[in-house]
Design a binder for this molecule. Sequence first.
Ligand code: NAP
Length: 287
Amino acid sequence: MDIDAQTRLVGLLGYPIEHSRSPLIHNTAFRHQGLNWLYVATPVVPGEAAAAVQGLKALHFAGANVTIPHKEAVRPLMDELSPQAQAVGAVNTIVCRRTDGEVSLFGDNTDVAGFLEALRPYAEGLQGAALLLFGAGGAARAVAYALLSTFRPSRLTIVARRPAKAEPLVRDLVAHDEDGALEVCAFEEAAAAVRASTLLVNATPVGMHPHTGQTPWPHPQDFSSGQIAYDLIYNPEKTRFLEEAAARGVVAIGGLEMLIQQAAASYSQWTGRSMPTEVVRRALAQK
Ligand code: NAP
């Protein structure tokens, strides 16, 4: 599709963004569906989020993705928030809604839906189960909300290297923790919870390229079949955490599926179409 005066624009606001796979994902989908749309990654330095969001309106963008470090900063700039963005306290998708020349901004957090999509086949076994999450950062917030609101776990253990830093997460999500499932513990105290949990999620960057020799849990003897290990890291696709879990008969899920599914959820809000995820998966595999 040629870029011309009709081309609709979607942006990525973040910094740094030069390694982002989102332009490849969305532009592959636009091309495949014959849409005259273009996704551009725009480096927005810290402190410039408000100006960038104003720019989206002024330049008639259809919307944007938001990534580190602006996911929290853009939240108060939205005219309306989805329940997910409200609960997580962060926006990763902006939809610019235009009516009668007026633009209103809708903020969503599609990390929630993207994370849950890969767990669909296992949903029954996760209802009311004990679940565990390594990490207490931005992604962990989306994951914790997704798990609490979807599976009503008997326990959701947040394993944090600085447990005091996880307290705001617990405080913010307490309204969605009807069963008092949330607990925070340090890595040194987590062995029993790791062994007892049906789902183990890595929401830390530990094991990410180029530090592929690392793992958030270097005690694979604590893994057993019947568990699910889910690593949010997508580079590499199979982390040490997932390889060691799979060697013990654990179901292993990598972060690439979440990356694709959160993108698909944004794409359908901008275009009104379903993203051709198979085509996108193939394009990512070729890069
Ligand atoms: P973040 O906000 O920086 O949070 C990282 C968390 O990991 C923090 O709790 C941090 O603890 C902890 N941590 C960092 N290094 C650690 C270490 N060596 N040992 C133990 N804990 C450590 O990052 P994020 O945005 O949540 O992202 C986390 C990971 O998820 C990244 O790998 C990211 O690429 C991935 N992710 C993937 C997707 C996807 O679509 N697949 C989406 C979002 C994120 P402190 O607070 O103590 O520093």
